[in-house]
Design a binder for this molecule. Structure first.
Ligand SMILES: Cc1ncc(COP(=O)(O)O)c(C=O)c1O
Length: 399
């Protein structure tokens, strides 16, 4: 096929799609597939959110909203920063978007020139470099190791910063595929380093809320210690934060996210949003207005505890099977396991494992280039009984 823009050649499909297709084919033959490859938990959206959206639909709230989103939702998000993190953020700095994906797209459209570089960690979320590519910019993958929790450090940034081309640093904390957080103090140093280089720091906080330690503990520690889940917005008004209702709020299919930007970005982001999307989805926004209610937060807290249980189970069982876990995940719902004792080809390993046992995993290739052939991502997005079944199937298969 010809005639496609050359940028499309650089946008790789998700490798996991091959696994998903294989899984679907097996399921259609009656095989019981255990899905540990998908990046969304099995939980459905909390009931108060769904009910609020249904009510809005019944009331005929089906028209466009302002391009930056409902003013009351922008305010509710600002209030959440105050109540959860103790950080004052003006609602005027918040743009509601179609998922974090929409936020990343608008941000890159607004800030990246052709040829600009965006620094990011390898391994990392694969779409980021593809978004940059759409705008003729370059997602610069910086190889990281377990020593830095597979996260960027100030040293990485200093070493890889190209004064002529580098524009911004994009990190995620907790990250996909590792679940690793950047300690707040380290993030502060990264923000400072990036400023000194004349760049921007963009922090993807989509997995915030899904961290496996006690919020009160962090409060007692002044939220400056190691793995504290403080928002990067506390680091200064020049830091951009991307977030979403997809993960913590259980709303992947509703396509709703947001970003917090310096106030002077807003007119440009608004103009781009008007042109690219018109507005974020209306019923989703009315639903999301209930996402910060006590009832919803209680449901989400219960789910966080369940995810923590699942994580802890896999952290105990996977090493017994020969998987090494070089970085203990602080959050999200992923474990990035080193399978080098079991295979030198994680893609073939995952395909064979699925074929023989019905357990679906994601090989490292989806997340970057470095040592991807040795790594496998386990997503604990299914209940503990299914995880137990998966472990016993993998065990029997390896034996
Ligand atoms: C790190 C990260 N950022 C952004 C996204 C996009 O999420 P959404 O567009 O559903 O908000 C994902 C989805 O998996 C992700 O893992």
């Amino acid at each position: 096929m010809t005639g496609f823009a050359s940028r499309t050649d650089d946008i790789a499909p998700f490798q996991v799609m091959a696994i998903l297709q294989q899984a679907q084919a097996l399921a259609s033959q009656g095989v019981d597939v255990i899905h540990l490859e998908v990046g969304e938990p099995d939980f459905t959206t909390p009931e108060p959110i769904t009910q609020a959206a249904i009510k809005a639909l019944n009331e005929g709230k089906t028209h466009y909203t302002p391009a930056l989103g409902l003013p009351e939702l922008r305010q509710a998000i600002a209030d959440f920063y105050q109540s959860r993190y103790g950080v004052a953020v003006s609602a005027n700095r918040i743009a509601i978007t179609p998922g974090a994906s929409g936020a990343l797209l608008l941000l890159m459209a607004a800030r990246l020139e052709a040829g600009d570089e965006l620094l990011m960690a390898d391994p990392g979320y694969p779409c980021n470099r593809h978004f940059a590519r759409v705008f003729e910019a370059h997602g610069r993958l910086i190889p990281t190791t377990a020593d830095s929790g597979f996260q960027l450090t100030t040293e990485h940034i200093k070493q890889h910063w190209n004064q002529d081309a580098s524009k911004a640093v994009l990190v995620a904390s907790p990250a996909n595929p590792t679940g690793a957080m950047i300690p707040h103090q380290q993030l502060e140093q990264i923000a400072q380093q990036t400023r000194e280089l004349g760049g921007e720091l963009w922090v993807d906080e989509i997995y915030h809320g899904l961290t496996y330690h006690d919020l009160d503990e962090n409060e007692a520690e002044g939220r400056t210690e190691g793995k504290c889940p403080q928002t990067a917005l506390a680091l200064g008004d020049d830091v951009v934060v991307i977030n979403s209702f997809s993960k913590y709020f259980g709303m992947t299919g509703w396509r709703l996210g947001w970003m917090v930007v310096p106030e002077y970005y807003i007119p440009v982001i608004e103009r781009l949003a008007q042109n690219l999307f018109l507005a974020p989805p209306t019923p989703s926004q009315y639903g999301a207005l209930s996402a910060f209610s006590e009832d919803s937060l209680t449901i989400m807290e219960g789910r966080r505890l369940e995810l923590q249980q699942r994580r802890d189970y896999l952290l105990t069982e996977l090493p017994k099977l020969g998987f090494k876990i070089p970085v203990i995940p602080d959050g999200a719902f992923y474990i990035y396991a080193d399978a080098s004792e079991l295979t030198q080809d994680s893609q073939a390993f995952c395909e064979q494992l699925l074929q023989d046992t019905g357990v679906a995993l994601t090989p490292g290739f989806d997340f970057g280039e470095q040592n991807a052939h040795l790594y496998i991502r386990f997503a604990y997005t299914t209940n503990i009984e299914r995880l137990q079944q998966a472990i016993s199937r993998i065990k029997a298969w390896l034996e």
